[in-house]
Write a protein that binds this ligand. Structure first.
Ligand SMILES: Nc1ncnc2c1ncn2[C@@H]1O[C@H](COP(=O)(O)OP(=O)(O)OP(=O)(O)O)[C@@H](O)[C@H]1O
Length: 235
């Protein structure tokens, strides 16, 4: 379980997180939503220890994460922009990451799932954006950690890969994992998320289920509910 209290972060004068209080329960799929620049990635990176907050605390399973970085071994993270070395082959990168994590990795099944066999001997710099994202997904899902954080996982994926990703997330959820996702694709969020956290102007504007959000905004569907928050938020 992740417990976040009064989390604040600014970059220069830009106050991105202005006091976030959030509890993330185990074994759920939670989507972090919000307009561009609302701080979704900053929040995720704070949980991962890649951004150091100015104020507030983050606890993982009852222990503060600050100066206690071992907890990161239990997180699999898909970054929004994977910056792969272009001259490495796909198989070399997979091998390298497996060695670095020194955890058992189940790559075969994932390579098959995403139909990546023909690309294993290709250099990363020569792959299309969607194929790179599939490699990124293999690297994320291969370690079987209890917490999976996915920053914009659908970027560049074709409809087949999109379906495979949804199946994969559902399988991991069944194993009791916690999955934290950011996405701007509302249909994807609606299909998979059990809970949403909506960030607006540095604060949590809404946390709850999609049906609760529809009710509170008096809208009949999720897309309209989100549009209503965004237009009233910007009014
Ligand atoms: N390292 C950094 N240095 C300076 N400003 C930063 C840094 N990282 C993020 N920001 C700023 O913080 C704000 C929030 O960025 P963040 O990437 O967290 O937003 P986001 O909600 O994930 O956006 P998007 O939907 O576009 O991915 C933006 O204004 C961004 O420019």
């Amino acid at each position: 379980m992740i417990l976040i209290k009064d989390l604040k972060k600014k970059f220069g004068k830009n106050e991105v997180l202005k006091g976030i209080d959030l509890e993330i329960g185990e074994g759920r799929i939670i989507a972090v939503l919000g307009p561009n620049g609302s701080g979704k990635t900053t929040l995720i990176k704070s949980i991962l220890g890649m951004v150091i907050p100015d104020q507030g605390s983050i606890e993982m399973d009852g222990k503060p994460v600050k100066r206690n970085w071992n907890y990161r071994n239990n997180i699999d993270y898909l970054p929004q922009m994977a910056n792969f070395p272009g001259n490495l082959k796909v198989s070399e990168l997979i091998g390298m990451i497996t060695d670095l994590r020194s955890k058992p990795a189940d790559t075969e099944k994932l390579i098959q799932k995403f139909h990546l066999q023909p690309f294993l001997n290709k250099k990363l710099g020569n792959l299309s954006g969607g194929t790179k994202q599939k490699v990124n997904l293999v690297l994320t899902f291969m370690f079987d950690s209890p917490l999976i954080i996915l920053d914009e996982p659908t970027t560049g994926l074709d409809p087949i890969a999109h379906l495979i990703l949804k199946e994969l997330i559902a399988e991991e959820r069944k194993k009791g994992k916690t999955i934290l996702i950011t996405s701007h694709i509302m249909s994807f969020v609606e299909e998979i998320a059990e809970e949403i956290v909506f960030l607006l102007e540095g604060k949590i504007y809404f946390q709850g289920s999609i049906s609760q959000l529809n009710e509170e905004t008096h809208e009949k569907d999720f897309e309209h509910a989100i549009a209503k928050i965004l237009t009233s938020g910007y009014a």
